[in-house]
Write a protein that binds this ligand. Structure first.
Ligand code: NAI
Length: 722
């Protein structure tokens, strides 16, 4: 084909008047084909200017008799990254995306979308509004609105099932997952795959024009023709949503919208979608989920990352192949890194390697990983006894016993063996990273990398920054997190950093309530009711009571004399009841049972401890349990910000959401605190302080903010703590 590429801007008065607007959507004619190109770096978000440019360009295509077909394309890496999230919460400015999509679909000339990169959210909805789709090797499709508490609102809930059927459409919309070009082709989401989708789309559009082909509109698609199969898929999705996301608002609305497609005409369904979309937009869950989304990105803005480029990351040493070391090794291997696992003797090394292999065998058995990929990952794993093998490692992560003497010995030796510039990291949960760093004699290379268990699953990574750490060592910690697809948060040095320090505090609040009259089962039920996936006592049984018991014994000597101490956990541990691994803890676990049953013997021990402490038990409502638990969490969160252990309130939110089960749809404890109102929280704390003034001493930061009528959000915005 000979192409005459004539570039021109949409010749409509509005666009001619504003050259800035024409920067976002350009058009050129190639033969009889109008190529509309979106150009809104960095991700081609569907901002108001882009929407306006698109409707203008579509109108031009409609009017121009020389144009007989249209290609919809974009420049940059992404096809279209989705809606412009900055416009959320602002008044909606027409044309809305749904209108733009309707206009594209209604065009009386064939429209071919050339999808060269990811088409996400609204971007996929634009592609669906086209009549035909060509996908390039980098094309991806996703409707991730559900992850932000939303649903597709520009026809996505209607066009997707009509194109690919209810089952596949619901799967995309309820998980938000991305699919690659080949899978999209299998599903019928794209018609053709091509190395150069733009060129193929232009040639195809020209051919359609030459044939005088009619548009093939997605709204007329046959994906729902098998009514029985569609109804079954919708029913299955309802059950799944109820089982997994009963507390979430938008998933059920998505299912409702698809169900309507079986009963009502397209236009009525689009109106319903629009109503449901607005309900989602107004829901507090959207606020929480969008906060969590932005907070995770903001948390990456740390002074060290801006100051310096990270060091090299290819060969990574892991010392200790226990629970954490093995999980960390899997996480590194999954990211394509080379791993040298070092243990203290051959038997421990074999155990560590076996743990890693077991994780991969499980994945292969569940068809989540191919045997070839599994073999490829294990080939990157070396094992060694003795630290000599770490001489050329770029980064070493220590995960040996939680014992200062052992850690110091490891770091002293590492400092002499590891090459200059290697970053030396500790996975300690509570120990003083400044002391560990000093013991190495090369403190500028030392940071903390606090993974969470299971390390290959949990998203959170606290990057702990001791006083003398070099900026590029810290930046390397953040670079590693990115490579591992983990959510990184900068934490200062203190007992427990951000997360475990706050946990220690709300755990005390929970134990006080148990000694004062609530059963651990009531506490757990109340927390699940709030949205935590598990109650605190269930979590403790899962983690193993022995670890926390050892920490309590270590701290016994330094515990303030006026601090209230509840002995119930110790009584359970003394009996060897450490939780799931011993089949008894706060709950009783029958063989293979992971949920546990309430244990009357535990209740008897609690009753005995209450008598010993002279407590007359009283009743706690679920509401009071949640209020006290979160009150303790928020107050210590404020202290952590006040002391600069967390850079901003949002860092606390990211830690609690990603490492401690705080319901993501509530954004995090400090966003929640703002919603409750800081004066209300302070009033509650003052009332509780009558029983225990030492524990319920309000954070200076909380007092200060409340006094000035400010919120945690105001600190997030200012990026400082006062
Ligand atoms: P673990 O007891 O399961 O594993 C420790 C491993 O280190 C053992 O396999 C042991 O043989 C090995 N080891 C001990 N001394 C060594 C030495 N000198 N050289 C080489 N290997 C040595 O302990 P776990 O649970 O994996 O904890 C490791 C570290 O991670 C601790 O500092 C712990 O506080 C921290 N951590 C633990 C979490 C958890 O949930 N278990 C969560 C986050 C951090």
């Amino acid at each position: 084909m000979t192409c005459t590429h004539s570039y021109w801007v949409v010749p409509l008065p509005a666009l001619q008047r504003s050259s800035a607007m024409s920067d976002f959507v350009q058009t050129r004619r190639v033969g009889n084909v109008l190529v509309i190109t979106i150009q809104n770096p960095p991700v081609n978000a569907l901002s108001h200017a882009v929407r306006l440019g698109l409707t203008t360009a579509v109108a031009a295509a409609r009017e121009d008799t020389l144009v007989q077909a249209v290609v919809l394309a974009s420049s940059g890496t992404l096809f279209i990254g989705g809606a412009d999230i900055r416009e959320f919460g602002q008044p909606r400015q027409p044309p809305l995306l749904s209108q733009v999509c309707d206009e594209i679909e209604a065009l009386n000339k064939p429209v071919v979308a050339a999808v060269h990169g990811p088409a996400l959210g609204g971007g996929m909805e634009v592609a669906l509004a086209a009549h035909f789709r060509v996908g390039g090797p980098q094309a991806q499709f996703a409707l991730p609105e559900v992850l932000l508490g939303l649903m597709p609102g520009a026809g996505g809930t209607q066009r997707t099932p009509r194109l690919i059927g209810a089952k596949a459409a619901l799967d995309l919309m309820l998980t938000g997952r991305r699919i690659e070009a080949a899978r999209a082709r299998e599903l019928g989401l794209v018609d053709r795959l091509a190395d150069d989708p733009l060129e193929t789309a232009i040639i195809w559009a020209q051919a359609l024009a030459d044939q005088g082909a009619a548009p093939r509109r997605t709204c007329d698609g046959h994906g729902l023709d098998d009514i029985q199969a569609s109804a079954a898929a919708i029913q299955a999705a309802r059950i799944e949503v109820q089982r997994k996301h009963s507390q979430l608002f938008s998933p059920a609305r998505i299912v409702d919208a698809v169900a309507a497609a079986l009963e009502q005409p397209f236009e009525a369904c689009i109106r319903l979608e629009s109503e449901l979309f607005l309900q989602c937009l107004d829901s507090p869950q959207r606020l929480g989920l969008v906060h969590a989304f932005f907070a995770e990105r903001e948390a990456l803005k740390v002074p060290e990352a801006a100051a310096d480029a990270p060091r090299r990351l290819e060969r990574i040493g892991v010392i200790g192949g226990g629970t954490m070391g093995a999980g960390i090794a899997v996480s590194l291997l999954d990211a394509g890194l080379q791993v040298i696992l070092v243990e203290r003797d051959e038997a421990s090394l074999a155990r560590g390697r076996a743990t890693v292999e077991k994780v991969y065998e499980g994945l292969v058995a569940k068809h989540r990983l191919s045997p070839e990929a599994c073999a490829g990952r294990l080939a990157q794993l070396e094992g060694a006894v003795g630290y000599g093998a770490l001489a050329d490692a770029d980064l070493v992560i220590e995960a040996v016993f939680e014992d200062m003497a052992v850690k110091k010995a490891v770091f002293t030796e590492l400092a002499t063996i590891c090459k200059p510039g290697a970053v030396l990291a500790t996975n300690t949960s509570y120990l003083d990273v400044d002391v560990i760093a000093a013991s190495s004699g090369r403190a500028s290379d030392v940071i903390g990398l606090h993974f969470f268990s299971p390390a290959n699953v949990m998203k959170l990574l606290e990057v702990v920054v001791p006083r003398q750490a070099a900026a590029d060592a810290v930046a390397t910690g953040f670079a590693l997190a990115k490579r591992l697809r983990k959510v990184a948060v900068r934490a200062g040095v203190c007992d427990g950093f951000i997360g475990n320090r706050i946990l220690a505090c709300y755990r005390r609040a929970a134990e006080y309530m148990v000694e004062d009259g609530a059963s651990p089962y009531e506490v757990d039920a109340a927390l699940r009711g709030f949205g935590f996936p598990m109650g605190l006592f269930q979590v403790m049984d899962l983690a193993g009571g022995d670890i926390a018991w050892a920490a309590r014994k270590r701290r016994a000597a330094t515990r303030p004399a006026d601090e209230r101490y509840v002995h119930i956990s110790d009584r359970l541990c003394e009996r060897g009841w450490f939780g799931q691994k011993t089949q008894r803890g706060w709950y009783r676990y029958a063989d293979g049972d992971r949920h546990g049953q309430p244990d009357p013997e535990v209740l008897a021990i609690i009753a005995q401890e209450r008598r010993r402490a002279g407590v007359t038990p009283r009743v706690f409502s679920a509401q009071e349990i949640v209020q006290r638990y979160l009150g303790a969490m928020i107050n210590e969160g404020a202290n952590v910000v006040l002391e600069g252990i967390a850079l901003r309130p949002l860092d606390v939110d990211v830690v609690l959401v990603n490492g401690y089960g705080f319901p993501r749809y509530r954004g995090g404890p400090l966003l929640y605190a703002d919603q409750v109102g800081l004066p209300v929280l302070l009033e509650r704390m003052q009332a509780w302080a009558v029983e225990d003034a030492q524990f319920w001493r309000p954070s200076e930061l909380l007092l200060d903010l409340a006094h000035r009528g400010e919120s945690f959000a105001s600190l997030n915005r200012r990026g400082d703590k006062r």
